[in-house]
Design a protein around this ligand. Structure first.
Ligand SMILES: [Zn+2]
Length: 45
């Protein structure tokens, strides 16, 4: 597995993730997978 992880793709099942903006000012986004239920949040440093 040399392919870099796509933050928009579920690392578990590989399905595309849906994103929901939690905080527009801090660009806090929650990514959720409808297939396996994974939820991850990203917050740029
Ligand atoms: Zn998934």
């Amino acid at each position: 597995m040399t392919r870099p992880l796509d933050p928009r793709t579920c690392p578990t099942c590989g399905d595309p993730l849906r994103f929901e903006i939690l905080d527009d000012e801090r660009f806090l986004v929650a990514w959720s997978c409808v297939t396996c239920g994974l939820i991850r949040t990203t917050e740029p440093v």
